[in-house]
Write a protein that binds this ligand. Structure first.
Ligand code: COA
Length: 225
């Protein structure tokens, strides 16, 4: 699909189109505003810049040609970002993103309060406890993150973004794609299952204890292309 095909996957009042570099701020804002089960990241982070740098900087700087946005009323209202080859992405993230984040941390460029330290600690504990669902990267090498701004959800934009992204992956020759979510992201799980994604693995996590009521299960979904 050509990177400048406008108007593709149109829904009333909104259009899905390829990502452009000037979408960066809007994409990061939506990423931060939806990070806590669809609500703002400030529930578990003191500084959204750190969250965005850790999670999204790679996609908007290193692999933005794979990304798509939904535009409504002249604004970016949703996005899908991802990597075609997760193993290669991890290596690039380590060398091209992490050093900058570490440098900004050490030079006091982020607000590092109780929430952030608690989050980083929980992440480390979760990794040690094996809370991250397993994915066979030979079968599902690509991955994605999709988010739609509150107020624009439930109008088919999530599906249109995923369709555009998946089509792009097929054109790049990817054999499968996966994503990680939780059983609490009910709309997301419903959408993935409806689009043919298979639940690959599911594990209980304590990462959100004290922040949400009741148990949470991490999930990985995969789709063969
Ligand atoms: C998940 C998300 C990207 C989907 O985008 P969207 O534009 O709302 O998606 P769509 O409108 O294409 O489809 C949503 C589907 O979920 C359904 N849905 C909505 N709320 C739901 C809920 N609470 N429980 C179950 N299904 C729900 C909708 O009815 C629709 O299914 P249908 O087509 O069978 O009616 C968006 O809801 C979102 O950003 N959520 C918050 C952040 C998030 O969870 N991101 C994903 C992280 S893995």
């Amino acid at each position: 699909m050509s990177a400048d095909a406008p108007g593709l996957h149109t829904r009333p009042a909104a259009t899905v189109r390829p990502y452009r570099p000037d979408d960066r701020a809007a994409v990061l804002a939506i990423g931060a505003d939806t990070a806590f089960f669809g609500a703002p990241v400030e529930a578990f982070h003191d500084d959204r810049r750190l969250f965005c740098d850790l999670l999204y900087r790679y996609y908007v700087e290193q692999e933005h040609d794979a990304a798509w946005v939904a535009e409504g009323d002249g604004e970016v209202v949703g996005f899908v970002v991802g990597a075609v080859d997760t193993r290669a992405m991890r290596a690039r993230w380590l060398w091209r993103v992490l050093p900058g984040v570490a440098g900004r941390m050490l030079t006091g460029r982020y607000r590092l309060g109780r929430k952030t330290w608690r989050f980083l600690w929980r992440e480390a504990v979760g990794a040690l406890r094996g809370e991250s669902p397993r994915v066979d990267l030979a079968r599902y090498p690509a991955h994605l993150h999709v988010n739609v701004a509150e107020g624009w959800r439930g109008h088919g934009l999530g599906r249109s973004l995923l369709e555009a992204y998946i089509e792009g992956l097929r054109e790049r020759g990817a054999v499968g794609v996966h994503l990680r979510t939780t059983d609490r992201n009910a709309a997301a799980c419903h959408l993935y299952e409806k689009m043919g994604f298979r639940l690959l693995d599911e594990r209980p996590t304590v990462e959100w204890a004290g922040l949400v009521q009741g148990p949470v299960r991490n999930r990985a979904y995969g789709l063969r292309l």
